[in-house]
Each structure stands twice: as C-alpha cells, then as structure tokens.
Design a binder for this molecule. Structure first.
Ligand code: C5P
Length: 218
C-alpha cells in the first residue's frame, strides 16, 4: 500500500481535476480536491448572506461551516454541515466569488488543518494552488500544470455545455490574477515541481506522463 503524496498545483482550468482523478484511479490512490473545500466555504458564505468582499466578515465566520471531503477518485463528494454540495459548488456565482474568499488568511488556516489531517495517512493525489508550496512541501511528487488560456476556456466551456467562451476566458484570468497576487499562499510553482504545459496533450497523455513520474518516484 503506497503512502506516496502527489501534490498538483496550477492555474484554473489547466486540467488538474481530470488529471488527478485519472492518476489516483489508475494507481489506487485517494484524491483530495482542495478547490472544492474553498468552494464549499464560499457556498456557505453566500448562503448565509456574508459580504464576500468584506474580509473581516469572512474571517469572523470561517470557523463555522463543517466541511467534509470524500476522497474516492471515482466519485469525490463534499459536504457542508452534512449536506452534499458537490453540484452547488460549481455554480457561476460560487466560481466568481471563490477567489476573493480564498485570499482571507482565516479561511486558509481553517482549511489547511482539514487538508493536513486528510493527507497525513498518505496514498493520495492532492490538487490545489498551494499544495506543494505550503500544505505539503514534503510531497514525493510535485507537479505544476498550466495550459494556454484559449485551450482552457474552450475545454471549460465545452464541459459546462455551451457557456460563452469569452466570458469563461475572463473569469479564468480573473481567478488566476487574484490567486497569484494574494499575500497568503499565492499560486506559485513549488520548489522541485515538474511543470507540464498540458496545451498540446490529450487528457490520457497527461495522465500517462504523471503516472510515469509517480512510478519513478516510488
Ligand atoms: O480548483 P478550483 O478551480 O475548484 O479552485 C477554486 C478556487 O479556490 C481557486 O480559484 C482559488 O481561489 C481557491 N483555491 C486556493 N487554494 C487551493 C485550492 C483552491 O486558494 N489549494
């Protein structure tokens, strides 16, 4: 039973989720989507009517929602206060609001605890923005995935079924800008990370590359 930790960071829409789930399923590892945790926190704030641009208000209630992540790569789940929010956290409203919420240090500290608790047993592929740099710098394999924004917007619009490509394009760039520019745990390429630009590759090809890297490291 492998205790390897694979840390996967990168820009929004670079194919992290599909890649990580594919790799975890192939290698019999667990899967943790930390973006889903930030989305769940954001979903709860929106539902409670918290002004997500008021950092003090967000900080004051960051400890309130109980967030629980399932780690099966074939059907990851996420619950807030016992309610499955896997679908609700993908709404446009949550997608537009999640980066501002994720800049708030109290939100990050809270989720960092949950993340480290889940990762501690090992045998897991973890995706996010700060996994290799902050959450688990000791990961045996660290990856940094990017793709050209055109390719990202096309893939995302196709996934979401006919969404406007240029609007999708703008939301992706806005999230990258906020995620890379924040003071606490910004999106960066971690020391020792392998950079894969996924633009020219199919999903299967990227999964294949990553599986190869994990096998070499373990
Ligand atoms: O990966 P996903 O696009 O679902 O992430 C949603 C948002 O959550 C990101 O744009 C970022 O603002 C935040 N996030 C983060 N740190 C992580 C994972 C996600 O700040 N480790």
């Amino acid at each position: 039973e492998s205790r390897v930790v694979v840390a996967v960071d990168g820009t929004s829409g670079s194919g992290k989720s599909s890649t990580c789930r594919g790799v975890a399923a192939r290698l019999g590892l667990r899967y943790l989507d930390t973006g889903a945790q930030f989305r769940a926190m954001t979903w709860w704030m929106l539902r409670e009517g918290v002004d997500i641009h008021d950092a003090e208000a967000v900080a004051a209630c960051a400890g309130k929602p109980a967030i629980e992540s399932g780690t099966d790569p074939n059907g990851p789940t996420i619950e807030v206060d016992g309610v499955d929010v896997s679908v609700a956290i993908r709404s446009d409203e949550v997608t537009r609001s999640v980066s501002p919420v994720s800049t708030v240090p109290e939100v990050r500290t809270r989720l960092l605890e949950l993340q480290r608790e889940i990762i501690a047993d090992g045998g897991i592929v973890v995706e996010g923005r700060d996994i290799g740099s902050v959450v688990w710098p000791q990961a045996e394999v660290k990856l940094y995935l990017t793709a050209d924004v055109e390719a990202r917007a096309r893939r995302r619009a196709a996934e979401e079924g006919g969404t406007d490509v240029s609007a999708t394009h703008q939301v992706l760039l806005d999230r990258d800008r906020i995620d890379s520019g924040r003071a606490t745990a910004p999106l960066v390429m971690a020391d020792g990370a392998v950079h894969i630009d996924t633009t020219p590759y199919s999903l299967e090809e990227v999964i294949e590359q990553v599986v190869g890297l994990v096998r070499v490291a373990t």
